[in-house]
Design a protein around this ligand. Sequence first.
Ligand SMILES: C[S@@+](CC[C@H](N)C(=O)[O-])C[C@H]1O[C@@H](n2cnc3c(N)ncnc32)[C@H](O)[C@@H]1O
Length: 307
Amino acid sequence: MSRIARDLGTVTGNELIRELLEDEAGIDGLCQHLYFLTGISLPPIAKNRHLVVSRLSSVLRKQRLTSLRAYLKMLKMRPPEDPLSSEFISALTTNTTQFFREPAHFDFLSGVLPDYLAAKSGGYGPDAQELRVWCAAASTGQEPFSMLILVQNELQRQAALRRAWRLKFLASDIDEAVLERASRGIYSAHETQGLSDDVRERFFLPAIDPVTGGEGAVRIHPELLSKIAFARINLVSMPYPFQHPFDIVFLRNVLIYFDPNTVARIIEQMAHVIRPGGLLFLGHSESGCMKSPHFKPLAHAVYQRVG
Ligand SMILES: C[S@@+](CC[C@H](N)C(=O)[O-])C[C@H]1O[C@@H](n2cnc3c(N)ncnc32)[C@H](O)[C@@H]1O
């Protein structure tokens, strides 16, 4: 019997990781289950096995489990929306993000937005004065709030437009824990350090840091927060559940986790949910993912839906 099985209570984190790493079949089974649930592809190489074990060891400890196979068996018996599956997904997703990340995209958007709004407001029909924006891998929310701040800035610059436009923002992710954080809209001083004083003053209020209890944190102004809907959407569950097409979709820094076949299917779906003339943004390192005839490039990793 292994030391973990005997004595989970006293085994150190590093000892636990070392023992779990020996069970390669168990790790590979968990990677296959992750692929099944999320489309995230972790080929069976040493680096990935280490990543999986180091991220899951605390989950195993919390669940009082002594083997990866026992954990996999439990996961397979639960539906994808079960809290145990959510915890598994949350442990293995990478949620790195920041306000105005990859700023060239925000510069591009603020450059084209006035003409886009002007063209759209000249149209007819129910969506003529409506801007529909989807942030499809929103993580802890900095990306959708950055987009909303940018759009609000533009609408405030053109006061006449401001009254007329309805903003429909959707922020989604597969990881419920990050979505929950996003929906609170509270960020530490560290997370907001790149923001200008002007943006801080207009769009944020002071807050207590929920982790440290210290000062210096901020929260998104409630009026801004109320403009975003948050939802758990799995990008590999198709078709996507929308009745009306989007004007702008940010799908950044998530395709890198999928295999080429999954990437192609997701981009094909994007063609169904973005209106002709609408914009799709991929991460800066993901421009190689775009092979669809439904999109034409406008700038680096920025595409326009054609047709
Ligand atoms: C690295 S973050 C990118 C955050 C943000 N888009 C950015 O560029 O700053 C990747 C996000 O994709 C989410 N994700 C991974 N697989 C997903 C899936 N199948 N469906 C929806 N979101 C997924 C993760 O939970 C994570 O929050």
